[in-house]
Design a protein. Structure first.
Length: 226
């Protein structure tokens, strides 16, 4: 059914929740703000650093906050993340095996993340072998963040496939919106940061609970209730 799979990173290819929460809370703490629970970051992340920092400030300063304070927290967060982008990051069970199977069937694979490209590249390099993906793209200047379809469409062109030949795979409504806006079928995964209700309400074509099911979806298709 498909010739290429485009994967989100955070919550889809890798469990980065503890990493993001750790760097975020360190920055908040050093600026005199309370920490946020790790689990709360499931709904704080997903739309790029700018939105993430605004959501963090809204959480610790519900009555409003000066822009200068957000910038202080952001600068520290980016400093800490840039120094150790692989800290507290791990593969999800079954994902490396899935990627190997896709390759063995001639399916092209790519990564599209709202994480800055200078962090995305070392994270992928640290978790997967050098030939796992045909293309890896984090947030770059001139390309809007997801859910804008620009990045997904550029990847499809780079891979030499049409949007209809791509399955877009992610764990949030943002991912489902990205794929749909790009004219791609979407697969929502349940091992990430969000739940089935969010994925289905965002129009996921399929919702899956095990990485092995993605191969079936690519080769044969799966019902939405998979």
């Amino acid at each position: 059914m498909y010739k290429a799979c485009i994967f989100d990173l955070d919550g889809t290819l890798a469990n980065t929740l503890r990493s993001i929460a750790g760097f975020s809370n360190r920055a908040l703490r050093e600026c005199g703000y309370p920490e946020i629970s790790t689990d709360s970051y499931r709904h704080i992340v997903g739309n790029g650093v700018e939105v993430q920092l605004c959501r963090m400030m809204d959480t610790v300063c519900p009555n409003g906050w000066p822009e200068a304070e957000r910038l202080k927290v952001r600068n520290l967060y980016e400093k800490y993340y840039g120094e150790q982008p692989l800290l507290n990051i791990s593969n999800y069970p079954g994902v490396p095996q899935l990627l190997q199977e896709l390759k063995s069937h001639g399916i092209k694979t790519a990564v599209l993340s709202n994480k800055p490209d200078e962090w995305t590249q070392p994270v992928i390099a640290g978790l997967f072998s050098g030939r796992t993906f045909d293309a890896i793209r984090g947030k770059r200047d001139g390309v809007p963040c997801k859910p804008a379809p620009d990045g997904a469409l550029l990847l499809a062109k780079e891979l030499g496939v049409t949007p209809a030949q791509c399955l877009y795979i992610g764990d949030t409504a943002t991912d489902m919106q990205t794929g749909s806006a790009a004219g791609m079928d979407t697969a929502g995964v349940l091992w990430g940061f969000r739940d089935r209700a969010e994925l289905e309400s965002a129009g996921a074509h399929i919702v899956i609970s095990d990485p092995a099911q993605i191969l079936d979806a690519v080769l044969h298709g799966l019902p939405k209730t998979a």
